[in-house]
Write a protein that binds this ligand. Sequence first.
Ligand SMILES: [Zn+2]
Length: 463
Amino acid sequence: MSRTVVRGGLVITAAEEMHADVLIEGGRIVAVASSGTQEWTADRVIDATGKYVIPGGVDVHTHIEMPFGGTVSSDTFESATRAAAWGGTTSIIDFAIQSVGQSLREGLDLWHAKADAQCAIDYGFHMILSDVNASTLREMDALVGEGVTSFKLFTAYPGVFYSDDGQILRAMQRAADNGGLIMMHAENGIAIDVLVRQALERGETEPRHHGEVRRALLEAEATHRTIQLARVAGAPLYVVHVAAQEAVAELTAARDLGLPVFGETCPQYLYLSTDNLAEPDFEGAKYVCSTPLRPREHQAALWRALRTDDLQVVSTDHCPFCFAGQKELGRDDFSKIPNGLPGVENRMDLLHQAVVDGHLTRRRWIEIACATPARMFGLYGKKGTIAPGADADVVVYDPTAEQVLSAATHHMNVDYSAYEGKRVTGRVETVLSRGELVIDQRKFTGRAGHGQYMPRATCQYLH
Ligand SMILES: [Zn+2]
């Protein structure tokens, strides 16, 4: 069995920091010991002196090869997982989609067909429920039993993903019984559709109007409503891509009551704003996603909530569409711009930049990017930490290297970067996935098909 030692780095987990050596055998971490105290022999020694040694990132919100608005997100599982590895992420959870009229099983099978044997890093699935009915409610139990333990519902996108309050309540009741976790896209889609039509009738067709009609109050309203529905059902709730300070306030109020309510945000809400949506010459289309970017005043509330644990996770909602030929579908009508931003490669670096900027501590960086997402979705122990018994998903991170984020150098299959020209401090140097080198001192050494499907336990905060 091959043995690797990662020697001399500062090992950072959500719980602690220590100068330590990490011994890896058979794809797992078998020992962590204070630097230089053990004379381990190994086939491979990785010198991490002056570097951080951190758990591989866990990105629990991606949309790869996802059909949307007449097109398909531009990354394949092969390209997205390679880019994720470049960015220090070693696990993703993507959203398998049940379309209206389909069974959950058909949706899940379709996603396995796209992903299996293609991924460079480990992957799992959540299930999007587009059609809550007696049969799909029964199917939820079976999926939980086989490791698809989280289900996403939408109060947005009427006619596509939308569920009404009764459907949401029934799915929550089922989750309360079977241990599943309901994830919510919380925006009032019925009201938003009215505002979209009215804006277009006034001739307001530009990308910035996407942000204006998807009002912060309509995010807050849906957040509030679905929290109350979860209380009635006795179910936990995880609100995805929180963007508005008013929605953060709803989550904070719920958590102050001791409710099992959780929230995630994404780097785009922390670093970008409606200023980007207003960029001229249709450039704003690059930043069209839902929930939308908010005025920059909202960012302080998000950073604060990440520090106070009112938000627990930062995922990417990686959903890339090329500017040429895809975003351009909405040149005359913002409602036809495919919703989504690329970011799976950038998350660990942007959150390290938040450490440099003083928004987060190093341990909190690892907590929101690795440990908590793993625990939230039933992967902790194997993923999200550096400890004996864990999978050897280990990143050697250079905290002083400088880089400039750009489409010219990124590895995602998309023709622009949402962070073009942004200078950040810190960079991934080497990445191990289950003990195998996938990035070796800034060279990709992984392969499609190395990544394994991860059946998941239920949310580890609930028991
Ligand atoms: Zn999403």
